[in-house]
Design a binder for this molecule. Structure first.
Ligand code: GN1
Ligand code: MG
Length: 349
């Protein structure tokens, strides 16, 4: 439910803030976000979606320890402000809220290769800075977040109980999800065998989650899903979102493919930021990670469509199905170009 200006002002008062303007921001599919202007600076107020993040305090604890670690290393990061009880969040009858400083800079849904390379360096640096962070300190706030076989299983369960009209509309997409399900579980099997290292990962490396400032500072945003996982999740998610010829949700399904120039740009930046801290398996599987993450998100959008759009925010009835088809088409494109993308990757390693 949307909040009234009066309710928003009351929340901001608890954070010691007197707004002169409050502007809703439509970016992000999960939380509700507002830009808040006071007479001297801008803040970001968010209401956490507690249906998705059932342990919002755990989310904020993870964020507090990761941002402290980054700040200690001189890396630009988010700053959350205390409410009047001293906690960096506020819980009331309207939900769970947090307020952060709005930093200077811009985010891009479709970045040029140059900007993408800068964003990639920030994600690489983020990974590198957390190599000495004890992953056991983090809570798994969304269990199995990038566990692809678990996501696929949830799709088959949704297929079993979905209404006929939705099944009929999604029949091709379901078929495509079936076609690639066993290949897409490969990363999880390597992780569980210990053949890939478990690291602290961001888990939502959409390119618009990096803020680029004019002075060259790049800040990794949206730390809600920072949890243990594989580095391939971060690389893969960034490629599927930042190096695609079509943006997420575009209706031109046939047009979805990997853009080689943008792939290379991201790879260059990421490798620079992570300074060689990759294992041989991680190096080898970078393009495969992009296939898996595009596939997995396609499966998640499709599952949500079949369940009646209960998870991702939508603005029209078929949106999750269109999103799913685009991501599954992208996964297919990457899968059949793995040799080409691997050869391209080797040039930089
Ligand atoms: C969600 O809301 P946002 O944009 O931060 C989702 C990601 C998806 C993304 C797709 C917690 O992220 O996993 O990749 O949408 N976050 C969660 O746009 O599920
Ligand atoms: Mg996110």
């Amino acid at each position: 439910m949307a909040l009234t200006d009066f309710e928003l002002k009351e929340i901001l008062t608890s954070f010691g803030i007197t707004p002169v303007a409050i502007t809703p921001c439509s970016i992000g599919l999960i939380n509700a976000t507002y830009f808040v202007d006071t007479s001297d600076r801008r803040y970001v107020l968010q209401r956490i979606n507690t249906a998705v993040f059932s342990d919002p305090r755990g989310v904020m604890d993870n964020i507090a320890s990761v941002t402290a670690h980054l700040r200690e290393k001189g890396i630009s990061t988010l700053t959350f402000l205390p409410a009047d009880d001293g906690n960096c969040y506020l819980e009331n009858e309207h939900g769970f809220f947090r307020l952060s400083l709005c930093l200077d800079g811009k985010t891009y849904n479709e970045a040029t290769p140059e900007l993408l390379e800068k964003a990639a360096e920030a994600f690489g640096e983020f990974q590198y800075a957390l190599t000495d962070f004890d992953a056991s300190l983090l809570k798994e706030t969304i269990p199995d977040f990038h566990n692809t076989p678990v996501r696929t299983e949830a799709l088959w369960e949704a297929v079993a109980i979905a209404p006929n009209e939705r099944i009929a509309a999604a029949v091709d997409a379901i078929q495509q999800a079936k076609q690639f399900s066993s290949q897409a579980s490969y990363i999880m099997s390597l992780l569980s065998r210990g053949d890939l290292p478990l690291r602290v990962v961001h888990n939502d490396t959409k390119v618009n989650n990096v803020l680029l400032a004019e002075d060259g500072t790049a800040t990794v945003l949206d730390l809600d899903t920072v949890m243990p996982g594989s580095l391939l999740f971060d690389f893969g998610d960034a490629i599927r979102s930042g190096a695609s010829t079509k943006p997420e949700g575009d209706g031109d399904i046939e047009g979805f493919a990997i853009d080689k120039e943008r792939y290379e740009a991201f790879l260059r930046g990421f490798l620079k930021g992570i300074r060689g801290a990759l294992t041989p398996n991680e190096q080898k599987l970078l393009p495969f990670g992009a296939f898996v993450l595009a596939y997995e998100l396609g499966v998640r959008f499709l599952t949500d469509y079949l369940r009646g759009d209960v998870y991702f925010r939508t603005s029209y009835p078929e949106e999750n199905l269109i999103r799913a088809k685009g991501q599954l088409a992208l996964a297919k494109n990457i899968f059949f170009r793995l040799d080409e993308l691997s050869a391209l990757t080797k040039k930089y390693i």
